[in-house]
Design a protein around this ligand. Structure first.
Ligand code: DHB
Ligand code: MG
Length: 222
């Protein structure tokens, strides 16, 4: 099927099943004010993340890559009043956009935006001995995926769920000789997952308004 059909199907299901309030639609629209317009997850994907948090019973969520905070709002609402989200963002410009969106969505009090290289922010969390996270969404610079998974393993407990975005990239992921370092970042983290006996995983290809891509879903068993 053509791109056009995928988009129509995505719009049909979003229109039928995924209600965005003004805070969510404004958060998504504000992506244009970030350094990476159009990188947010789609509404269907945002709701999937929220529902995964809920079925996992997550109350503490860690996110690598905030941008406008669109996925952050979905997950912060999913963890509820007593929950907490820590989201890691490289650029202060993006963090400022996200903070406004989190305020508007009524979840600013349960979200901490840490600005700077995500690997450094994560290392600080590890050094501080923060309470373990139940759910992690890895959606930042793709070459760092292996480092972000390592940090996630230091910051979670057995039973935790880890989701990695953008693992298909229009099919480019299957090329072992790809010169795209984002592809190599995905392939490296997939190899790390496969060789780690504590991790169980599968990948769901996604198609729709974000083109052809996918999520790797990981459950930490040990
Ligand atoms: C890109 C990154 C993302 O996280 C995304 O969802 C889409 C695109 C990118 O690096 O281009
Ligand atoms: Mg992404």
């Amino acid at each position: 099927a053509s791109d056009q059909v995928w988009r129509e199907v995505d719009a049909y299901f979003t229109g039928s099943l995924v209600a965005e309030d003004d805070a969510l639609s404004e958060a998504r629209a504000s992506g244009v004010d970030t350094t990476m317009p159009q990188a947010e997850v789609s509404p269907n994907q945002g709701k999937l993340l929220a529902m995964l948090c809920q079925v996992a019973g997550a109350s503490r969520v860690l996110e690598f890559g905030t941008l406008a905070g669109y996925s952050t709002v979905w997950m912060a609402r999913a963890v509820g009043d007593g929950g907490h989200v820590t989201t890691l963002e490289l650029e202060e410009q993006n963090a400022a956009v996200a903070r406004k969106n989190l305020e508007r969505a009524g979840v600013a009090d349960r979200v901490e935006v840490l600005v700077g290289p995500a690997a450094e922010s994560a290392q600080r969390l590890i050094d501080d001995g923060v309470a373990p996270y139940d759910f992690v969404f890895i959606d930042a610079d793709k070459p760092s995926n292996p480092a972000y998974l390592r940090a996630s393993l230091a910051l979670t407990r057995p039973g935790a769920v880890i989701v990695i975005d953008n693992v298909v990239r229009n099919g480019a992921v299957t090329d072992p000789d790809s010169s795209d370092e984002r592809v190599q970042g995905v392939r490296a983290v997939v190899a790390d997952i496969a060789s780690d006996p504590r991790l169980d995983a599968t990948t769901l290809q996604t198609v729709g308004v974000k083109g052809w891509d996918g999520f790797t879903l990981i459950r930490r068993t040990g």
